[in-house]
Structures are given as structure tokens and as C-alpha cells.
Design a binder for this molecule. Structure first.
Ligand SMILES: Nc1ncnc2c1ncn2[C@@H]1O[C@H](COP(=O)(O)OP(=O)(O)OP(=O)(O)O)[C@@H](O)[C@H]1O
Length: 593
């Protein structure tokens, strides 16, 4: 019930601005449905008029032209009402399609804007595929429901009530006869909806599990190919696919069953209506011609009456999917936002330095990752963070840029706690070169200018030169205009990092965080990266997460992290003299280099 109310609120928020269009669509449905239930009355009158005329025609002594006029009048009225039905239904369909497309478009924009404000924590804890499915399946389901189901609930509900009302207007006894099979129809519909729902829920779960498997296998394709595990991967795919196949089949069997069953019931009912109607014509006091007309009217109503019941499963399924989708999107909307642009003081340019003061932090409440970490960086200094894998180096970087907040202690820029600072002004000062370099689908020039789109070409080329990537870019036939993307990258891993460095140099940050690429790069590229790093670091305050110790020998301070604690601090020579963890690490690496 909570999910239902949530969905109603969600739809209301997006649909309220279209109230005029919706009102118009409803009036169109109202007119169309009224015409639809009114038309059979004229059909009946036409039949009655024809029967009267034929009766008189067969008896030449009482032949009147007038009864034929009644037939034509009724016929025209019937055509008019059926025409009106079509106009009403087409008009309301067009309006609802337009409103659904527009409001789903707005939902898409709002979802995308929301995602752009999400915390790193959100992206760290949600799979890419699941985020993508908000845009694909959830919004699609919502569109389908708005376009068809909500409209159908209204129009079919109206038709159902309207037919009952009209039937009682025409003949109460015939109305009861037409409705005779209603309890069976409703019972059948409920049983089938329950079964269909069961299998459709299982089908969705099976699809989600299968997608998870495909996602994982595609991401791990390199390992699968190198280990020759393709056949195994195909074999393991089978049970996922089988489950989807089985549940889809059963779901379709049940949901597809309702329509023919209802048609069957309606045909059975038709026979009852004709049988009872004929009995009434023969045994009641009404004229035979009127009775014949009445039978024809109820033949029509009998079909219209069972139509809404047969639509129930598809409407129900569509609504159910939309309610789940709206629930998921409401949850996303309620997620805490990252960029709270207007809050806090604007951070002035760094004057003294950056401090981590007794910082404690964990990604979740169960496990603390950093314990009492204190690091002091003076303006213009280069601090290197070293330590075994999992020791917390990247975590320190995440905190410095305020991707996450500390649990206790504080991080300060010139003595100001970064939690008190306007986030944008903090991010403007901090430049990050990540281990994993990202390439966007656009030209190389636009990729370099990503953080500063209004940079001049001269500035951009200057940055590329400092990052040691200019010559390579110029060797490409289209130079800086070469279109690149993650799938169609012309860069090696090392070159991608050089591009990231160029991107960062261009934004000219005061404070720099550099996460050195761990992947093996050839010695020429390694030297180039080293030079580029020296260029970007020069004159800046920087934190370098180093994996190859020889890259940080000249650091002003080396901080050694182990299991989330600072175990040693000092210059390279000081730490070597201590013969501690760093000295061991250094000697071990030198043996392998
Ligand atoms: N998003 C996250 N959620 C939960 N735990 C995480 C997350 N990121 C890292 N951790 C955990 O925090 C610890 C420190 O990880 P971190 O990435 O900071 O180490 P690192 O020193 O940078 O390692 P590496 O040298 O391998 O990059 C690890 O135990 C890791 O499992």
C-alpha cells in the first residue's frame, strides 16, 4: 500500500501541470464511451424499424413508408454515435500519448540531474547496470502505464459502469441475464491474475539475475579469453537462460489466457442472451419487432460488458511494473545529494597548507578503515603516500576531495574544516589524476578541455606539451580533432594517464592529488609519465599515491600507511635510516626493478 501511495504521489507531481490536457482527455473518453454505449440503442431501433417495415411489407394492405424513415433515422444516429466513439477514443489516445511522452521526458531529465548530484558513495554501492535500468526499464514501464494503463483504467471502468447503466435503462431482466456469468468471470480473472503475477515477478527476478551474470562475464571477458573459459561461461549461462525462458513462458501462458477465456464466456453469454431474448420476444407482451431490436442491443452489450474484465490482466501487470518503477525512482530522488553548492564559505587560494588531524573513517559502520591518521602538508610541498595494497591510500584521497566525510577528526585547508567549506570552491582548488583514466566520447581537444571548456587552443596545447602527450597527438592523422571514446580509444594505458595529466594541468589547481597508474607501462612511457608528473607537481601542493617508489624519492615527505595507520613519516633518506617498513619495501622493490 505504501508503494502504491508513493507511486500516486510520484505520478501526481509530474502530471499535475498537464491537468488541462488530462481533463480534455477525460472529457474525450467520457464522450467516446457514452457514444459507444449509446450506439447499440440505435442499432436496436434500426432493427425494430426494419422488422416493423418488413412485417408491414409482407402484408401489402398495411404498407406505410413511415416505418422505413424510422429505420434510416436510427441508422444515421447509430453511425453518428459510432463515429463519435472513434473520435473520442482517438483524441484521448493522442492527448495521453503526448502527455506521457512529455512527462516521461521530464522524469528522465530530473533523474539524470539527480544522478549528477549523487554522492560517490551512491556510485560505489550501486551497479552500473542497475543505474542504467532506471532509465531503460523503469522509465519505459512508467511510460507504458501512463500511455495505456491509466487511460485504460479510466476508459474501461467507465465503459463497464456505462454498459450496466444502459442495460438497465433498456431492460432490467435482460441486463441481469447478460450479467449472469459475472461471478465466474471475476473469479477466473482473479485466479489468472494471481498466477500471472507470480510468474511475472519470478520472470523479472530471473532476468535481473541473468543480466547480472552477463554484466559480470562481459566485464571479465579478458580473463575468460586468456584462461580459455568461453565454453564454461556459455555452459553457466544456460541455467539463467532456462529460468528466464520457463518463467516467461508460464507468465505469458497465464496472462495470454484471460482474453480468450473472457471471449469464451462472452460468447457463452451471447448464446444465453439470444436464447432468453427470443423466449422473451415470444412469451412477453412486447411487439415482436421491439423484442428483436432488444435482442440485437443486448448481443452488443454482452460483448462490451466482458471487454473490461478481459483487459484486467494487462492493465494490472502494466500498473504493477509502473508502481515498482515509480517506487525505485522515488527512492533515488530521496538519496542524499553531494553538491550542496550554496552552502559554506568559499575557500580562498591555499596559503599555508593542508592537514589531516586524527582522522578516523570507515565506508560503513561495521569496519573502520583509517585509524587516527594525521598528516601535515605545507603549501608547495609534495607528500607521497605509500603502503601495501588495501592500506587506505585511495581512501585518504577520497576524504581529501570530500567524496566521503570523516567519522571523527578533521581535514583542514589553511585551518578551515573542509566540511564548513562550499564544496564547489574546494573541488575547484583540488585537481585529481586518477589511476583509471576516463576517456569521454568526443575529440581529443574536448577531452583535454573537459575541466575547463573555455580554455584556448594555445593553453590546451601547452598543457598537452607539459604532459608529454603533444607529440603523440600530432602523430595522429586528425591530431587534436581525432574522435575518441572508451571503446575506440587510440591511447595505451600510459597515454591515457598522460591525457589525464594534461586535463589536470589545464585546470591549474592549487592542490593536486595524483594516483599513479599501477599497470605495467613500457620504460619510455614510464619516463614520460614521470616527467609529466614532475611538470604538474612543480610549484603545487601535492599528494602522490605512489606504487613505484622510485617515482617519489624526491618527495618532501613520505607517509607510510599500513592497515589504515600511519606507521612512518619522513624523507626518503630519513626513512631509509630508520630501517623500518619503508626501508624494507624500498629494498624489496629495488630487487625487482
Ligand atoms: N567503496 C568502498 N566501500 C567499502 N570498502 C572499501 C571501499 N573502497 C575501499 N574499501 C576498503 O578500504 C580499504 C582500503 O582501501 P584503499 O582503496 O584505500 O586501499 P589502497 O591503499 O588505495 O589500495 P591499492 O594500493 O590496492 O589501491 C580496503 O580494505 C578496501 O576493501
Amino acid at each position: 500500500m505504501r508503494e502504491f501511495i508513493q507511486a500516486v504521489v510520484y505520478f501526481y507531481n509530474y502530471l499535475k501541470r498537464y491537468w488541462r490536457g488530462l481533463l480534455f482527455a477525460m472529457i474525450a473518453v467520457l464522450v467516446g464511451t457514452y457514444a459507444q454505449i449509446k450506439a447499440p440503442v440505435y442499432l436496436g431501433q434500426a432493427i425494430t424499424a426494419l422488422a416493423t417495415y418488413l412485417g408491414e411489407y409482407l402484408n401489402p394492405t398495411t404498407h406505410h413508408q413511415a416505418s422505413m424513415n424510422g429505420f434510416y433515422n436510427a441508422l444515421w444516429a447509430m453511425v453518428f454515435f459510432y463515429g463519435l466513439t472513434e473520435i473520442g477514443l482517438v483524441a484521448s489516445g493522442l492527448i495521453t500519448s503526448r502527455i506521457s511522452a512529455k512527462s516521461t521526458g521530464e522524469m528522465r531529465v530530473s533523474l539524470f540531474s539527480k544522478l549528477q548530484k549523487m554522492t560517490i558513495r551512491y556510485f560505489d554501492t550501486h551497479q552500473d547496470g542497475k543505474i542504467l535500468s532506471l532509465f531503460t526499464s523503469d522509465l519505459d514501464n512508467i511510460f507504458n502505464a501512463m500511455n495505456q494503463a491509466i487511460f485504460q483504467v479510466f476508459s474501461q471502468g467507465l465503459l463497464f459502469l456505462g454498459v450496466i447503466w444502459m442495460m438497465f435503462e433498456q431492460s432490467a431482466i435482460m441486463a441481469w441475464v447478460t450479467m449472469a456469468l459475472t461471478p465466474i468471470a471475476i473469479l477466473v480473472a482473479l485466479v489468472i491474475i494471481r498466477r500471472a503475477r507470480y510468474h511475472i515477478t519470478h520472470q523479472q527476478q530471473a532476468i535481473s539475475r541473468m543480466n547480472g551474470y552477463i554484466n559480470e562475464q562481459v566485464n571479465g571477458e579478458k580473463i575468460i579469453i586468456t584462461e580459455g573459459l568461453q565454453q564454461e561461461s556459455i555452459r553457466n549461462f544456460d541455467p539463467y537462460n532456462e529460468k528466464v525462458k520457463e518463467e516467461t513462458y508460464k507468465g505469458q501462458v497465464y496472462s495470454g489466457m484471460l482474453m480468450p477465456l473472457m471471449q469464451g464466456l462472452s460468447l457463452l453469454n451471447l448464446a444465453i442472451v439470444i436464447f432468453f431474448g427470443s423466449w422473451l420476444v415470444l412469451h412477453s407482451g412486447m411487439s415482436k419487432a421491439t423484442g428483436l431490436g432488444l435482442v440485437v442491443v443486448f448481443v452488443n452489450y454482452s460483448q462490451q460488458y466482458y471487454q473490461p474484465i478481459s483487459q484486467l490482466t494487462s492493465i494490472y501487470n502494466m500498473l504493477q511494473l509502473a508502481i515498482t518503477g515509480a517506487g525505485r525512482l522515488t527512492k533515488v530522488k530521496a538519496e542524499p545529494e553531494e553538491v550542496d553548492q550554496a552552502r559554506g564559505t568559499v575557500l580562498p587560494a591555499l596559503k599555508n597548507g593542508v592537514q589531516l588531524d586524527q582522522v578516523r573513517f570507515g565506508y560503513n559502520t561495521k569496519q573502520e578503515i583509517l585509524h587516527d591518521v594525521s598528516i601535515d602538508v605545507q603549501k608547495g610541498q609534495m607528500v607521497a603516500l605509500v603502503g601495501p595494497t588495501g592500506s587506505g591510500k585511495t581512501t585518504v584521497m577520497n576524504l581529501l576531495n570530500r567524496f566521503y566525510d570523516v567519522n571523527s577528526g578533521q581535514i583542514t585547508f589553511d585551518g578551515v574544516d573542509i566540511r564548513q567549506v562550499d564544496l564547489k570552491s574546494l573541488r575547484d582548488q583540488v585537481g585529481i589524476v586518477l589511476q583509471e583514466s576516463v576517456i569521454f566520447s568526443r575529440s581529443i581537444a574536448e577531452n583535454i578541455k573537459f575541466g575547463k571548456p573555455n580554455a584556448t587552443d594555445k593553453e590546451m596545447i601547452g598543457a598537452a606539451k607539459q604532459a608529454n602527450i603533444h607529440e603523440f597527438i600530432m602523430s595522429l592523422p586528425e591530431g587534436y580533432q581525432t574522435q575518441v571514446s572508451d571503446e575506440n580509444s587510440v591511447f595505451s594505458t600510459g597515454q591515457k594517464q598522460l591525457l589525464s595529466i594534461a586535463r589536470t594541468i589545464l585546470t591549474n589547481p592549487d592542490f593536486l592529488i595524483l594516483d599513479e597508474a599501477t599497470s605495467n607501462v613500457d620504460t619510455v612511457t614510464e619516463t614520460k609519465i614521470q616527467e609529466a608528473m614532475n611538470n604538474v607537481i612543480a610549484g603545487r601542493t601535492s599528494f602522490v599515491i605512489a606504487h613505484r617508489l622510485k617515482t617519489i624519492l624526491g618527495a618532501d615527505k613520505i607517509v607510510v600507511l599500513k592497515d589504515g595507520r600511519v606507521i612512518e613519516q619522513g624523507t626518503h633518506n630519513q626513512l631509509l635510516a630508520e630501517h623500518g617498513f619503508y626501508a624494507d619495501l624500498y629494498h624489496n622493490q629495488m630487487v625487482f626493478e
